[in-house]
Design a binder for this molecule. Structure first.
Ligand code: ATP
Length: 296
């Protein structure tokens, strides 16, 4: 009886382990499925340390009857920090999905270093772009392996350095097994702010030429928001970065602020110039100020 019990409990253990890893594989397949809609026909290999990006009369729709981007144009010079703002549903996140080639444009072009991204191989393009998405996917694995996800060869010193830069050290210190704590659906659940900081740590290990930050829409407490902004500022220093911003207070010092409305760029410039214009940006700013006042 005992002999029978042992292998059965062992089988139960194996079953749970396999099921847990299948959940991660399902998540990954979900991502791959999204990727498979684009053609990897580019033959050139992108090689750059400081890239410029140009969106040129870009058009896109998820469903043919409903255009989302309608000829959107703006440029980010190499090393610049540019923010894209606009009302909900204006097409801001869609822009980053086209840059990373989760989807392909229906018209216009996107250029990196003055060359269409469609001429670069998918792998070389994505190697140079890091994204901190609104909602980071965590695998059912340890914190350490989740951070190492895009750079599996990084050593312990490098991991410790990015954890500090992403301001995750205090959080990890509080976790029961530190870096070996299992997170994800079957492990410790992370808050929105903690997940974003983990994504920033992943980005730091990868050190891509282009950094994209898609700010979370969900509200973070003001201390977490301040920490994340500080981490983003340090991380993106000197890198070409595109910040999709929902809270205008976080991007006041951007090199350029691009205002998108209904799939096109309606204004762009520095914070103070845009406020002085008393146009779209001014209205967004006023609306957020009123909202902040009613929140307190
Ligand atoms: P928010 O500020 O709320 O994040 P956004 O400006 O980033 O909005 P997008 O996420 O780019 O807006 O979405 C633009 C439009 O495209 C929205 O109307 C949205 O409903 C639609 N959309 C986004 N993703 C898809 C999808 N996978 N399939 C169909 N429609 C989509």
């Amino acid at each position: 009886m005992f002999q029978l019990f042992l292998p059965l409990s062992f089988l139960g253990f194996v079953y749970r382990e396999v099921k847990a890893s299948l959940a991660s594989i399902e998540q990954m397949l979900g991502l791959l499925k999204q990727e498979s809609s684009v053609k990897d026909s580019g033959e050139q290999s992108l090689s750059t340390n400081k890239a410029s990006i140009e969106f040129k009369a870009l058009e896109f729709n998820y469903q043919s009857e409903r255009p989302i981007l309608k000829g959107l144009s703006f440029k980010i010079e190499a090393g610049e920090r540019v923010a894209v703002v606009g009302s909900s549903g204006a097409g801001k996140s869609t822009l980053t999905k086209l840059l990373f080639r989760f989807y392909d444009k229906t018209g216009g072009d996107i250029l990196i270093d003055n060359q269409s991204i469609y001429q670069y191989s998918l792998a070389s393009l994505r190697e140079h772009i890091g994204v901190v998405p609104q909602d980071t996917i965590l695998f059912n694995d340890t914190l350490k392996n989740n951070i190492l996800y895009a750079s599996p060869d990084a050593n312990n010193e490098e991991v410790a350095r990015v954890i500090k830069m992403a301001q995750l050290d205090y959080f990890i210190g509080q976790c029961p097994e530190g870096l070996e704590t299992v997170v994800g659906e079957r492990g410790l659940k992370l808050s929105g702010g903690e997940k974003q900081r983990l994504a920033i740590a992943r980005m730091l290990l990868k050190r891509p030429a282009i950094m994209v930050f898609d700010e979370a829409t969900s509200s973070l407490d003001s201390r977490t928001e301040k920490n994340i902004n500080q981490a983003i500022r340090e991380v993106s220093e000197g890198h070409t970065s595109l910040i999709i911003a929902h809270r205008l207070s976080t991007i006041i010092d951007a090199d350029n602020i691009v205002v998108v409305d209904d799939g096109i760029v309606v204004e762009q410039g520095k914070h103070s110039d845009l406020l002085a214009q008393k146009g779209h940006y001014y209205q967004l700013w006023q609306a957020q100020k009123d909202h902040a006042l009613t929140d307190h």
